[in-house]
Write a new protein. Structure first.
Ligand code: BTN
Length: 329
């Protein structure tokens, strides 16, 4: 009955009286009331107004599998491969474990929070409850690792599109794969590859994406407050995390369809969204700093830089951190 009521509220999009719901389902109004209380407890944002009835607010507070699925096309190929996990250290770590136990291509693991969220270069990734989306997807492309040099760029571009679909604005990409708005980072991406020892071919790739959705500035740890941001801070409105999680799955699926066949088009789109290009930048490698101007993205997703000593070179994302001349972006 819970699912049926949710379905009715979703398709109505406006207030629906308790009387109408009970008549359509052939149950008592008390039974409808009970289900509404249950849904509220589960985190659904249900408004109840005397003489008008019940309405499901557009951005339901809680991230949950049924709502993510409700935002996906009915026959989406990855629909049944999505899992939602309550207690998770890191969705990437968990999905890598599932991958080693044979989980199929297209498996997706989503969490509302993580106790050990991992970022690039061994850093942690703040993943508090009720704020963001922490999603990992498993791909098993049949290729060599050098064919996937552009993978993180492709994921970043797919996430730009997902955020535009669900939150209505287009973030920029700070090379390689941080999504930003102004000077603030909204999304981080960590891609991990496993290779087959004998053939050297790709065994699997786990793509992990963390999106800051609902935070206010004060919700971030103090040391991040200079450079972290959330989708809510950009739009000023509510963010429907279930809609966004579904958009992320859809865009990742589309990306996967074109990943090996449409590399040039993917990188062209990436170049258009990459805010690093044309900027004066600092490259950080350990203690060493090098200054230059970001010129282009090459055909593998590496950054082409004109250094201040007059040389031009390419840098790969694994090697260096890039900062703007006056801060993170
Ligand atoms: C970074 O910005 O350094 C990358 C952050 C990647 C965070 C995501 S959240 C989902 C997945 N699980 C993790 O532990 N990390 C990634």
């Amino acid at each position: 009955m819970k699912e049926k009521i949710l379905e009715m509220l979703r398709s109505e999009g406006d207030f629906l009286s308790g009387e109408t719901i009970s008549a359509r389902l052939g149950v008592s109004r008390a039974a409808v009331w009970k289900v509404m209380q249950k849904l509220k407890e589960e985190g659904y944002a249900i408004e109840s107004v005397p003489n008008r009835g019940y309405r499901l607010s557009e951005a339901t507070a809680r991230l949950c599998l049924s709502e993510i699925r409700a935002n996906l096309p009915k026959y989406h190929p990855w629909r049944d491969l999505i899992r939602f996990q309550e207690d998770v250290d890191s969705t990437n770590t968990r999905l890598k474990l599932s991958a080693s136990q044979g989980a199929p291509h297209g498996s997706v693991l989503i969490a509302d929070h993580q106790t050990g969220g991992r970022g690039r270069r061994g850093r942690s990734f703040a993943s508090p409850p009720n704020m963001g989306i922490y999603l990992s997807a498993l791909l098993r492309p049949q290729c060599r690792p050098e064919d996937l040099m552009h993978l993180t760029c492709a994921v970043a571009e797919a996430m730009v599109q997902a955020i535009e679909d669900a939150a209505g604005f287009r973030p920029g990409i700070k090379w390689t794969n941080d999504l930003v708005s102004g000077k603030r980072k909204l999304t981080g991406i960590l891609t991990e590859l496993s290779l087959e020892a004998e053939s050297g071919c790709v065994n699997y790739a786990v793509i992990g994406i963390g999106v800051n959705c609902r935070q206010e500035l004060s919700d971030f740890p103090e040391e991040l407050q200079e450079m972290a941001g959330s989708l809510h801070m950009v739009t000023g409105g509510p963010i429907d995390r279930n809609k966004l999680a579904a958009a992320m799955v859809r865009r990742l699926y589309e990306m996967d369809q074109n990943l090996l066949s449409d590399k040039a088009a993917i990188l062209d789109a990436y170049r258009r969204d990459c805010i690093t290009l044309g900027q004066d930048i600092v490259l950080l490698q350990g203690e060493e700093k090098r200054y230059g101007k970001a010129l282009d993205i090459d055909s593998d997703g590496a950054l082409v830089v004109a250094f201040t000593d007059g040389t031009v070179g390419t840098v790969n994302s694994g090697e260096v951190s890039v900062r703007g001349m006056y801060g993170y972006v």
